[in-house]
Each structure stands twice: as C-alpha cells, then as structure tokens.
Design a protein around this ligand. Structure first.
Ligand code: G3H
Ligand code: 13P
Ligand code: ZN
Length: 289
C-alpha cells in the first residue's frame, strides 16, 4: 500500500528501530524489495537517485515504484534521494513522491540553507516532506584519511542551525560512513560516530538519516538507531546481490534467452538481501506489535 512517509516515520519509533530506504533503478530491484517487505509484513521506504532517474526516466520509475507499492498490503513510502536538481524534485513531488532529499551539501552553508528552505516551502505547500543534508558524506571517489575525514563530519551546532533555519522533516548528516562499494571491497572500515549522532538527536528532535550504510556492522547499526537514526539508506548491498546473482544466473543457464528466467534468481537475491536489512534494522519489532 502506497503511504506517505509521515505515516511511517513517527516520533514514537525514533530510538527503537529504523526504516531501510532502499535505492532502486528498475523493475527487478523494486520487485525484490517489495517482495521482501511483503513477505516479512514490514513497512519500507524505496528511493530513487538522480542517476537512476536519468537511467529509467522519472515517470517510468515512479510508476514502477508506485504500482508495485500499491500491489501489496504492507505500507510502502517513496522518496527521491540526493537531489541536486530542484526542478526535478518539484516534478517528483507533483508526481506523487511523499518525500524528497535536497542535497546541496556541496554548496556553502548559506546556499544550502537558502535552497533547502525554498524546497521545504514548495514541498510543504504540496504536502510532501523534505530531507536536507548538512556535512559532507564521502563517496568512493573521495575517500580520505581519518583525520581529514573528521572535518567533513556534521557539526552538532551547524546541524541545529540548519534544522532551525530550514524546517526540514528529516536530516541526513555525515556520521562517518561512506557511499559506495569501497568499504566492502576496498578493505576500509568506516568509523560511525555514534556519539555525534546522539549529540545532534539531543538538540533537535528531527528523525536522522544514515547514508552509506551498506556493510556497516549490525552492532554499530543498533547503536546508531538507539542514538536517533530513523532511516538507513542502502544501495550497494542490493547492487552486489543483483550483480552477483545475475552473473551466476547467466553462467548457470548459458542457453537461456528468456529474460524472465534469467532475472528470477536476481529478484530472489535482491529480496534476500533486503530481508536481511529489514530484520537487522529492528523493523521486526513492528511485526510483534
Ligand atoms: O547515495 C547514492 C546512491 O547509492 C545512489 O547512487 O547516484 O550511483 O545512483 P547513484
Ligand atoms: P551505500 O552505498 O552504502 O549503499 O549507501 C547508499 C546511500 O546512502 C543512498 O543514499
Ligand atoms: Zn546517500
């Protein structure tokens, strides 16, 4: 069932469990995510990046996400991830995304506040939520050493100032994680600064979002949830499941030409990867309620 993100991310859940926000790019990834959520009877957030929109088309990917979300009983909310193009975010809101992330964290703090505030005004006038970002979350391409990376982490004072100036509904920060495959294949273990998350949570009661969370140890995830993380973004772990199972499926069935049979194990692998995260993030608490 397609729901607004505000129906999932309620103040009561913060500190207890987190929703995974899974990135999708196509039909099969979305099917795997939806089947995992449906099978565990666990609500989920599905999100799409600008790169995925460029690949699939905004309306096409939205319709795939919304149609599949509405094909199951379990609540599913749709979100636009890491938006730099404000016009595209506005189009997404008009289309039906209940939440968008404006990521102008690469600009100066003043410019980030200005643009995020404008996005919040537009989104709220259309009933949608906005996620802002303050601090710089590293990507595989800008991995730096630990002392340098400290400088990129979200400062609690700045987070409070950003929140109060913009009125965002959810807030992403740089808490030590890094986007992409590097922490899984690159042999580097990001240090998640749980104390920093807690310090921000104590100041501002806005649901916090942990990006770059693929491959992060389960105990660290639980500590981050207790400290105030309400949404955890996962892309790379699903991409890995997708890629590995597709390679195996093609190798196992070298004569097969029907995409439906080639893709069946891929959907299953994405489903299993998504299930692991849904269970790990404590969303299983919902099942008991
Ligand atoms: O945080 C970014 C997501 O993993 C999306 O990545 O921009 O390559 O689609 P992408
Ligand atoms: P990963 O690359 O760790 O899966 O992070 C995804 C993400 O943060 C999407 O916004
Ligand atoms: Zn991210």
């Amino acid at each position: 069932m397609l729901v607004h993100i505000k129906d999932l991310v309620i103040p009561d859940m913060v500190g207890k469990f987190a929703y995974p926000a899974f990135n999708t790019q196509n039909l099969e990834t979305t099917m795997g995510i939806i089947q995992a959520a449906d099978g565990l009877n666990t609500p989920v957030i599905i999100e799409v990046s600008e790169g995925a929109v460029k690949y699939a088309g905004l309306t096409t990917i939205y319709e795939i996400m919304a149609t599949l979300a509405d094909s199951v009983k379990v609540p599913v909310a749709l979100h636009m991830d890491h938006g730099k193009d404000m016009e595209q975010l506005r189009r997404g809101i008009e289309l039906g995304f209940s939440s968008v992330m404006i990521d102008h964290s690469g600009l100066s703090t003043e410019e980030n506040i200005r643009d995020t505030k404008a996005m919040v005004e537009f989104a709220h006038s259309h009933g949608a939520w906005v996620q802002g970002e303050i601090g710089k979350i590293r990507g595989s391409e800008d991995w730096v050493n630990v002392s340098d990376s400290e400088a990129l982490l979200t400062d609690p004072d700045e987070a409070e100032q950003f929140y109060r100036a913009t009125g965002v509904d959810t807030l992403a920060g740089s808490f030590g994680t890094v986007h992409g495959i590097i922490k899984i294949r690159g042999g580097v273990t990001p240090h998640v600064d749980v104390a920093r998350i807690n310090a921000i949570h104590q100041r501002i009661k806005v649901p916090l979002v942990l990006h770059g969370a693929s491959g992060v140890d389960e105990n660290v995830i639980h500590a981050a949830i207790e400290a105030g993380i309400a949404i955890i973004n996962i892309d790379t772990e699903l991409r890995l499941a997708y890629g590995e199972s597709l390679r195996k499926s093609l190798a196992d069935q070298p004569e097969e030409v029907d995409p439906r049979y080639i893709m069946k194990p891929v959907i299953e692998a994405v489903k299993k990867a998504a299930e692991r995260k849904l269970l790990q993030f404590g969303t299983k608490n919902l099942i008991k309620q």
